[in-house]
Design a protein around this ligand. Structure first.
Ligand code: C5J
Length: 217
């Protein structure tokens, strides 16, 4: 079984029961001119994850291992979007408003989809989620059960929001999670650093953290 030099301790996983979970690598969050940038965020902080993640996905696929992608977003009528999420803050653009890449975070719109560099291959699962966590109101648990998956390598954006929420949910459900530090990103460098520290703190309270280059299959 591969063992990865990780924080806070080596992480060992059985490839046949491990999936790569790629969280929300969507145009709305990552593309210049998109929703994320319209909120005043520096998308380069997220875009630095694209090259290492694309390389890791190539290696993972070559080993015949499964990738599950997620997308955060809502139905066109917004019936799955809690009013609190819709109305919070005073953003210049809200979920469902017209944006540079179609209606913001609405399923089926161009901006809601995954960036070209990390496009899912036919046969790879894409889980649409209305919340920050990938387990809430989705089929993810069922997919993992069916595939006999017990460990997750986690990548995507943003570190302190959807990655963290998902890793916490997974941890509570008994999954062992290794977060790939170079393949997760936050708009805020401080949150990136502290977000990763929080996962590995206290003996790995939510999981393990390592760069993707430390994973050898
Ligand atoms: C955010 C996410 N940051 N995918 N979504 O709203 O982390």
């Amino acid at each position: 079984m591969p063992t990865v030099e990780a924080q806070p301790a080596p992480f060992t996983f059985a490839p046949e029961s491990t999936a790569l979970l790629v969280i929300d690598m969507q145009r709305d969050f990552l593309e210049p001119g998109g929703f994320g940038e319209s909120l005043g965020n520096d998308v380069s902080q997220l875009r630095r994850t694209i090259a290492p993640l694309a390389a890791f996905m190539t290696t993972w696929r070559a080993a015949g291992l499964p990738i599950i992608h997620t997308r955060e977003g809502h139905l066109p009528d917004l019936t799955d979007c809690p009013p609190a999420k819709l109305e919070r803050g005073a953003p210049s653009k809200r979920i469902g408003d017209p944006g540079a890449f179609g209606r913001i975070l609405i399923r089926g719109e161009y901006g809601h989809d995954i960036i070209d560099e990390l496009r899912p291959l036919p046969g790879e699962a894409v889980v649409d989620k209305p919340g920050k966590g990938a387990f809430y109101a989705t089929e993810l648990q069922e997919l993992l059960d069916k595939g006999g998956i017990r460990s997750l390598l986690v990548a995507g954006v943003t570190t302190e929001v959807c990655v963290h929420t998902t890793v916490r949910e997974a941890n509570d459900r008994g999954y062992e999670c290794l977060v790939l530090a170079d393949c997760v990103g936050s708009y805020f460098p401080e949150f990136q650093r502290v977000g990763l520290e929080m996962i590995a703190a206290q003996g790995g309270i939510f999981g393990w953290v390592a760069d993707s280059t430390s994973v050898r299959l």
